[in-house]
Design a protein around this ligand. Structure first.
Ligand SMILES: [Zn+2]
Ligand SMILES: [Zn+2]
Length: 203
């Protein structure tokens, strides 16, 4: 089995060395259907494009990818799909080094210094927000960070459009296509509040 998201630390020879890797549909799906599952699933594979910088055994990984995802509109259950762009910035620190250092402060400072060396790159990069991860041996596995980033890229809920009217609670008609003639009480939030009170009384 190939391990495309694993970086061999010794292979990093220069600052901002280009790095690309495939992100499988399975990995995206695993993240989206994890525990607890989101309302989305993978809608395809993706590709990470970025660069690697090494200082001693610490490695700064920066790059971008997009998350193709699909789900069902929370209100009308129509299929919804979108591709959310996201970016990944992490500093990887070898486990044995980290135990000697209080709170990874030094890695952040070094990340900041390296960034200033690059022409114009610092504008989009705040070293204080760089998340630090630990790696073992000589390989960095980006899988966990990618999974985390996929979840951060999610919209709050799948909606076919912001103002989706949803389905009629009585007859099930898609209200985006027009009125069905049922009493609209179910869609007036004041009635929802009243219904809640009535339900409480019954219990
Ligand atoms: Zn909808
Ligand atoms: Zn209706």
């Amino acid at each position: 089995m190939s391990r495309p998201l694993v970086i061999h630390v010794d292979s990093i020879k220069e600052n901002a060395q280009p790095y690309e890797a495939d992100i499988s549909r399975e990995l995206i799906d695993e993240a989206l259907r994890g525990d607890p599952p989101t309302e989305f699933h993978a809608d395809g594979a993706s590709h990470f494009t970025g660069n690697l910088t090494r200082f001693g055994r610490k490695v700064l990984v920066r790059g971008k990818f997009s998350v193709p995802m699909a789900g069902a509109c929370r209100r009308c259950v129509k299929p919804v799909s979108s591709t959310e762009p996201t970016e990944l910035i992490r500093t990887y620190v070898p486990r044995d080094d980290r135990s000697l250092e209080p709170h990874g402060k030094r890695a952040k400072r070094e990340a900041a210094r390296i960034d200033q060396d690059e022409e114009g790159a610092s504008a989009s990069f705040d070293p204080e927000t760089v998340d630090e991860e630990v790696y073992d041996g000589k390989d960095i596995d980006l899988g966990a960070a990618i999974r985390e980033q996929i979840l951060l890229a999610l919209p709050p809920a799948p909606l076919c459009r912001e103002d989706c009217m949803g389905l009629c609670a009585t007859c099930g008609k898609d209200l985006n296509e027009g009125e069905c003639g049922c009493a609209r009480a179910a869609h007036d939030p004041r009635w929802d509040a009243l219904k809640a009170v009535q339900l409480e009384k019954k219990e």
